[in-house]
Design a protein around this ligand. Structure first.
Ligand SMILES: [Zn+2]
Ligand SMILES: [Zn+2]
Length: 329
């Protein structure tokens, strides 16, 4: 583990990571007057992401505690975003929109079609029903599984956040495991619930980057999805119609092997390289990470972003794909 973190430092120091992509018409991807584009995503999921985690011993309990931790962190993240004028694209699990839910004929969400049991690199779902962890109660009784209050809070903030989609129940979306009718039922429910809050979902993030069902995204009107095939400072690529692939540059993480100072230096250096190379920089994070990150590293990075806002065009995934379409790309 330590060797791995050391190698990461070396590769970064040698400018091998993130990879710099070069294309001929790169200026068309950057608004005139700016030198680089910055998009920051939060994968917003409360307990839903961790139920079948291969690393957790007690799936539901562990998931619930991470959900509560995430809940606790979000007001501080939103305050920092307002202070520095940073809009975030919140890839939101659809179940979080609900005030409450209950079983119908002893089944949670019977309108949502289920995946079969599966094993992927991150999760093992080998028995029971996909919604077994669903408390089927309400956001006050089970705050780790619903958060209409936080979604309202995000929407009301002056930073200008975007609410995106992360499926209804954090499913594996790969074509091998997720038939189109399952994907459809998940996404239709997300769209219905978002619509009730006046939100139109445009930006998608596949849970654990289980890329698939791309034609389903087009059908439901999405304009982008994020990939994480590598750490890239580059440019989006059009999949088909108006659907863009947005490539991740780096995930905000807090490694215990690295000092706080090094974390800050590293993120700022990524942004410097984005400006120098005129690239699109895509950062993402789990709001459930240790609050220490948001108290120590995040404000320093935000300060750099604010100080360099002439060069750095900070936007959301939805606004950026709109810019690409308007720019004839
Ligand atoms: Zn439910
Ligand atoms: Zn996720």
């Amino acid at each position: 583990m330590q060797v791995n973190k050391f190698l990461k430092k070396i590769k970064f120091g040698l400018h091998l990571d993130p990879k710099i992509e070069r294309i001929k018409n790169h200026r068309k991807f950057i608004p005139s007057g700016s030198k680089a584009v910055l998009i920051i995503y939060a994968d917003f999921e409360l307990g839903w992401a961790w139920r079948y985690s291969k690393t957790a011993e007690n799936g539901t309990e562990h998931a619930n505690s991470l959900g509560l931790k995430e809940r606790g962190n979000i007001p501080a993240i939103l305050d920092a975003c307002d202070e520095f004028g940073i809009p975030v694209t919140w890839a939101t699990v659809g179940h979080l929109f609900l005030d409450s839910c209950s079983k119908r004929e002893s089944i949670p969400h019977p309108n949502i079609k289920r995946l079969g049991h599966f094993d992927n690199p991150f999760w093992r779902y080998s028995e029971g029903d996909w919604f077994d962890a669903d408390p089927c109660s309400d956001y006050k009784t089970s705050p780790g599984w619903y958060c209409p209050d936080l979604i309202d809070n995000i929407i009301s903030r002056k930073a200008g956040h975007e609410i995106g989609c992360h499926t209804f129940s954090h499913i594996d979306c790969t074509d091998a495991l997720c038939p189109p009718d399952v994907f459809d039922s998940e996404i239709a429910e997300c769209r219905r619930l978002a619509h009730e809050k006046g939100v139109e979902l445009k930006s998608f993030v596949h849970p654990a980057h289980t890329i698939g069902n791309l034609d389903g995204l087009i059908k439901h009107g999405f304009t982008s999805y994020r990939t994480d095939y590598d750490n890239i400072l580059g440019y989006p690529e059009k999949y088909k119609n108006k659907l863009w692939q947005i490539k991740s540059t780096w995930e905000f993480v807090l490694f215990r092997e690295w000092s706080r100072k090094y974390h800050i230096r590293r993120y700022i250096e990524i942004l410097r390289r984005a400006i120098k190379n005129e690239s699109v920089c895509v950062l993402w994070f789990h709001p459930s990470m240790d609050i220490e990150f948001f108290e120590t590293v995040f404000p320093e990075v935000c300060k750099y972003i604010l100080d360099n806002s002439r060069d750095l065009h900070i936007t959301t995934a939805g606004a950026y794909t709109e810019f690409l379409e308007n720019n004839g790309l």
